[in-house]
Design a protein. Structure first.
Length: 96
């Protein structure tokens, strides 16, 4: 009924890509918010400006969370690589 999926420890589930995407989106929205407050080059309401600030904060927060997950996946891959090397050297020693 359910298909078993094997996910490699070297796969970071695209967290690196989404981390960069959300951080860039958050920075763009934050810069737009700051410029709009300072210069007011587009005629939008105060409610919409608050919404833009909220999405900027959410995007930056999600980007930092995904950055943390990306770093954890990288550490997990490093640990798995060390374990594989250790098992390989044990197998070579046993074969001798």
């Amino acid at each position: 009924m359910f298909k078993k999926r094997n996910i490699s420890v070297y796969s970071d589930l695209k967290t690196g890509f989404f981390c960069k995407f959300f951080l860039i989106l958050g920075v763009i929205l934050l810069v737009f918010y700051i410029l709009q407050r300072a210069i007011s080059f587009v005629d939008i309401g105060e409610d919409m400006l608050g919404t833009i600030l909220a999405f900027a904060i959410l995007s930056l927060g999600l980007g930092f969370i995904l950055y943390f997950l990306s770093r954890q996946f990288a550490k997990l891959a490093k640990i798995a690589e060390e374990i594989e090397k250790e098992n390989l050297t044990e197998d070579i020693e046993k074969a001798k």
